[in-house]
Design a protein around this ligand. Structure first.
Ligand code: AMP
Ligand code: GLY
Length: 418
């Protein structure tokens, strides 16, 4: 098969790497891809949001399957465009990707179908939100309804902070139209868990669970990021929690979407918080997580192309998803300053250290070629993943491998997995 992957981050490198092991994959393309991906796939310079050019390319090259990585194209309806042109594609349609694309939609869905989540209110007008905040309990959480590069969530400790937050989101439009509507939500306390699943419209099958380290700095200080590291399995995601969520969250979400006429095919990423009153859903993502994918796929034993096809064909019940017992950890090497200001274009050295080393992976996130050298090209630059017999071994291995790579302004957290 000829397979096209859309996207350019560490998630897409991990997906391409996994597809490359498939017996079915004869040729892989990635649009736009990055320096690391280009070792496994032919990178084509088409942006993930240029649906027409992507579909033209898929037609011209007779692509058998397209896999979409990022949220933006999914929420904007790339799958519908491909399907209308008779092209086979893995991912939710626009009317299902709204599960991630609108927090108000997902909250209302959870309320209607009794899926455990934080108490909330939705506001379309800043003055109504401010009136509500006058008498609310604190801390409280404000969320822009739409996609905001993972930055549209504000945790406010006081009324003053919350009112300033409403102004930022709704009046000053810090995230554009994503803040036309906001969700104001009860603040919950607990450990978080990332649970990714494959969905074929009816059946949901869970991947290995993971835990994300979101803050930029050690000890969970600094700003929220897309994720600075991850481990799989998640030590806090117990058997009891898994059973509870199987009964109250996973299948119920898939059934709810079907009942709403929004059949979901693709990946649902359940962002959970494990509170003293049981697990609750913080958010849904309609795609693979990043960097979650960089620890989950190295543990997966199945041929991923079989799984993609089963999801598209509604035959996921025939797949037995299998994951290695080994633990995995990824540590993100970032450009110092991320998620705010940082410099790009720094030469990266040391990739040869990964050659021939089983269980060590260097996934590229923000890299490109310049004058024949690989240089930094983003905030999150590389994801260094390692496997181990135990979580401790995976952590030691991942941190050892972070030393194999050098670039100016290299930055990482030192407490991932602790
Ligand atoms: P979200 O994009 O909705 O997952 O929010 C991003 C991050 O903000 C989450 O991973 C949590 O760390 C935090 N967060 C979101 N909602 C809440 C909440 N209701 N209570 C506490 N923390 C939250
Ligand atoms: N690491 C969290 C996400 O992919 O949204």
């Amino acid at each position: 098969m000829k397979i096209l992957v859309v996207g350019s981050g560490g998630r897409e490198h991990a997906i391409v790497w996994k597809i490359a092991q498939s017996k079915k994959a004869e040729k892989i393309y990635c649009a736009p891809g990055n320096a690391g991906i280009s070792e496994l796939a032919e990178c084509v310079d088409i942006k993930a949001m240029d649906f027409k050019a992507l579909a033209d390319f898929a037609e011209e090259k007779k692509i058998d399957l397209t896999v979409v990585g990022p949220d933006d194209p999914l929420v904007a309806g790339i799958v519908d465009v491909f399907e209308e042109r008779g092209l086979r594609v893995f991912g939710p349609r626009k009317n299902a990707a709204i599960l991630e694309g609108s927090k108000a939609f997902s909250k209302d869905l959870m309320k209607k179908y009794n899926i455990p989540t934080a108490a909330y209110e939705v506001f379309d007008k800043a003055e109504d939100a401010i009136k509500y905040l006058e008498t609310a309990d604190y801390p409280i959480v404000l969320k822009a309804d739409g996609l905001a590069l993972g930055k549209g969530v504000l945790i406010c400790n006081t009324k003053e902070e919350a009112i300033a937050g409403v102004k930022e989101l709704m009046t000053d439009k810090a995230f554009g139209s994503a803040g036309d509507r906001i969700v104001v939500e009860e603040f919950l306390i607990g450990k978080e868990a990332s649970v990714l699943s494959f969905v074929d419209g009816k059946t949901v099958k869970l991947m290995a669970d993971a835990r994300d380290w979101k803050r930029a700095k050690d000890n969970d200080e600094g700003l929220n990021t897309g994720g600075m590291g991850n481990v799989s399995p998640n030590p806090f995601y117990t058997k009891e929690i898994d059973e509870f969520c199987k009964e109250h969250v996973y299948q119920r979400t898939v059934d709810a979407m079907a009942a709403e006429g929004r059949e979901f095919k693709g990946v649902i990423f359940f962002g959970l918080i494990l509170t003293a009153n049981g697990p609750k859903v913080l958010e849904f993502n309609a795609r693979f997580g990043d960097p979650e994918t960089q620890v989950v796929l190295p543990r997966m034993e199945n041929d991923i192309v079989d799984v993609f096809e089963a999801c598209i064909d509604g035959k996921l019940d025939e797949i037995d998803l299998k994951f290695k017992e080994d633990a995995a950890q990824v540590v993100i090497l970032a450009s110092d300053g991320y998620p705010e200001k940082y410099e790009k274009g720094k030469e990266i050295k040391g990739f040869e250290n990964f050659k021939g080393k089983d269980g060590y992976y260097c996934f590229h996130a923000g890299t490109k070629f310049a004058d024949g050298k690989v240089v930094t090209n983003g905030g999150r630059v590389l994801g260094i993943t390692a496997l181990g017999k135990t979580p401790e071994e995976a952590r030691a291995n991942a941190y050892k491998a972070t030393e194999w790579i050098e670039f100016e302004n290299k930055y990482m957290r030192h407490d991932i997995g602790l």
